[in-house]
Ligand binder design. Structure first.
Ligand SMILES: [Zn+2]
Length: 414
């Protein structure tokens, strides 16, 4: 993909795992930067490039270190088990200091399985241009939004640029000891000291990548931009039914009350999907009378993709809008949802009848257990109804929609 105008001259930061993607034997290390820059230039990117090379530098020859350093590639020494941790932490820190438009590039075989979960969630909040390079092509594609993915060797050998350029800004850094310098001699001396060896063995740094988005709170208060945004609810009644004895007309007010508690007061549209052959007419009428669009689907229908697509079409990328899925099968639609969250100004709410065993890669702004969402607000909803004299809601849609493999139609509820 060629660079857009806003990205053409924006900053480019490169994090390179030298163990996964080593310099091939006989390759001039001074050409690594030029090759990376050359590949970017071919795509129309000419912004300033910073490259940081990570690895156990006690194993890297002085000739390679000198070649990298003299061309402005910063070199970081890490214990082999800590490389991913430091790369990821540096990426997160860099993102904090460099708001978009900017470009990130990761040269590593660890994107799938190590970096992708957190990066995917980060992309749903802030989208940077992302480039990848690897020695081993991942077996299955990633959900990450990438501008280009390169084979590492191809990248090194394909670029036309063979110009050695001396760049002075590079740094040498030892993460084990928090030691930095700009002299290769001093750096190599440091790596051979007893103090350094002791630091690595006595005081090892963290090994595991810390997923920063894991601690991002659920159910945070609405930002001003989203406080009055439209909320579209897709409700799978087969996995999240109306609990026995619960009044169907209270479903909508309960949801709205839960949204308001977090500061969301925008207009709410609700579509309820189920095989309604088995839904009592009274329930259908009750839902319909509170403005819930009731959609009849074939049993086990879980795919919302056509409705997601139609809704997205009505809500352009810059429109702040909220999607909510009530279902125990959100994973059925997770690929479509993640793409919408990466590329648009949307937020996501989820509700489910039981909490998933592991945190999803979908970044949510609020999550509820279905029954507690309904129960928690029941009293409030009843109270507000009696306070307002039990006046019926003014919203009436009175529609039923049918989705079956060969038939789609809309009619009025009799
Ligand atoms: Zn050290």
């Amino acid at each position: 993909m060629q660079a857009t105008a806003e990205h053409a001259t924006a900053k480019i930061a490169v994090w390179w795992d030298m163990k996964d993607c080593p310099i091939p034997e006989g390759y001039d290390p001074a050409l690594v930067r030029q090759s990376i820059e050359g590949a970017f230039k071919e795509k129309g990117y000419s912004g300033p490039v910073s490259v940081t090379a990570y690895g156990d530098q006690t194993q890297t020859s002085g000739h390679i270190l000198q070649g990298l350093l003299s061309t402005g590639v910063s070199v970081v020494h890490t214990r082999p088990e800590s490389t991913n941790y430091h790369m990821h932490r540096d990426m997160v820190e860099w993102r904090g200091q460099n708001p978009p438009p900017a470009t990130m590039m990761i040269i590593s075989d660890k994107v799938p399985g190590v970096f992708d979960w957190d990066l995917l969630r980060l992309q749903q909040r802030t989208l940077y241009n992302l480039f990848l390079a690897y020695s081993v092509k991942p077996l299955c594609g990633t959900l990450l939004c990438t501008s280009e993915e390169w084979c590492w060797r191809y990248l090194l050998f394909s670029s036309l640029s063979r110009r050695r350029e001396v760049v002075q800004c590079a740094k040498l850094y030892c993460y084990s000891c928090d030691f930095d310098c700009q002299s290769l001699k001093k750096f190599q001396k440091h790596l051979s000291t007893y103090k350094h060896a002791r630091e690595e063995h006595v005081n090892p740094t963290h090994d595991e990548v810390v997923c920063v988005t894991e601690s991002w709170g659920r159910n945070y208060k609405a930002t001003p931009e989203f406080a009055t945004a439209k909320i579209q609810v897709w409700w799978d009644m087969s996995t999240c039914p109306i609990p026995e004895g619960y009044d169907a007309p209270l479903v909508r007010p309960s949801m709205e009350a839960a949204f308001k508690e977090l500061g969301y007061s925008g207009p709410v549209s609700i579509t309820a999907y189920d095989d309604h052959n088995h839904t009592p007419l009274q329930t259908l009428q009750a839902l319909s009378s509170t403005g819930v669009l009731v959609v009849h689907v074939i049993p086990d229908f879980k795919d919302l993709s056509s409705d997601l697509h139609a809704w997205h079409y009505a809500n352009p990328p810059q429109t702040a809008a909220i999607m909510m899925v009530i279902s125990d099968h959100v994973d059925w639609n997770s690929h479509g949802l993640v793409r919408l969250l990466q590329e648009n100004n949307y937020n996501l709410f989820l509700a489910y009848s039981f909490r998933p065993s592991k945190m999803s890669f979908l970044l949510t702004s609020a999550e509820w257990l279905w029954e507690s969402l309904l129960a928690g607000s029941e009293k409030r909803a009843l109270r507000s109804e009696s306070e307002s004299g039990g006046a019926p809601t003014s919203r009436r849609i009175d529609f039923l929609r049918f989705i079956t493999p060969n038939f789609s139609s809309t009619c009025e509820l009799e």
